[in-house]
Design a protein around this ligand. Structure first.
Ligand code: F6R
Length: 242
């Protein structure tokens, strides 16, 4: 695992965007794995800015998002479909038909998980996966205790995750209880992975991740066994490293 320490969130976002744009330029038909959440927001803004300045093209790119809430329609402001459209897709030239996000309204959710997992394989697998990290070490919505062998599946969200995400909803009760997420094995099949961590609220988990062992109690710890992982973290996120 390579760790790039940057000064702050701005630098983190610039660096992450630069690595994604590099990948897109080197392989214009790349398959990208994308995350939602607060950390990646400015990375997407930097990609949009580059698109406007330099016309980097996403016409042949395909994207797979890590996860989606069950029960929220694509046009619900808190769905990850909505998030991706509002923060990235509608500002670049990627055809919407090449952007894949699990369907949280599918009639048959277990079947949707199988379909999504297969689709990633049919597209040749993910070249570059972007990850954030939960304060409990989750990646995607793979909460502590999730099997390292898991593929795309349904999860019941941990109370702490629902609480953390309730800042985007009007109340905790409105946060869905379940989601579809790529599994840990799905994420680990990606050829390259970038994990982003910013701010003091990620400091504790980053010290556990970087100084602890590989354990299902910290799902992100499995990344230590992957041959091509880069962590981009700012000083605050790394402030508890001894
Ligand atoms: C979102 C996702 C989550 C987030 C994580 C960090 O698609 O997969 O694992 O990356 O919860 O979220 P933020 O960036 O909001 O701290």
């Amino acid at each position: 695992m390579r760790v790039i320490e940057v000064n702050d969130y701005y630098e983190l976002s610039q660096k992450a965007a630069e690595m994604i744009i590099d990948q897109v330029r080197k392989k214009p038909d790349s398959v990208l794995g994308l995350a939602t959440g607060e950390t990646v927001l400015e990375t997407y803004a930097a990609i949009v800015n580059d698109y406007q300045q330099n016309q980097t093209s996403y016409r042949h790119i395909r994207t797979f998002n890590l996860d989606e809430y069950i029960g929220l329609a694509a046009d619900h402001p808190n769905s990850y479909h909505y998030y991706m459209n509002e923060h990235l897709f509608r500002f670049i030239d990627i055809p919407m038909s090449q952007t894949y996000i699990p369907n949280g309204l599918a009639d048959d959710i277990p079947e949707e998980c199988i379909r999504y997992e297969k689709l990633i394989g049919q597209c040749g697998g993910i070249d570059l996966q972007i990850l954030g990290i939960g304060r409990n070490g989750h990646i995607g919505f793979n909460e502590p205790g999730t099997s390292f062998d898991s593929t795309t599946h349904v999860v019941e969200l941990a109370h702490s995750t629902r609480k953390a995400n309730s800042r985007f909803f009007s109340s905790l009760e409105e946060v869905p209880t379940h989601a579809i997420t790529m599994g840990i094995a799905t994420i680990m099949k990606s050829r390259q992975i970038i994990l982003l961590a910013s701010g003091e609220r990620k400091a504790h988990i980053m010290s556990q991740l970087l100084e602890g062992e590989v354990t299902p109690n910290i799902p992100a710890s499995i990344l230590k066994t992957h041959p091509n992982v880069t962590i981009i973290a700012d000083k605050e996120a790394l402030s508890l490293i001894g």
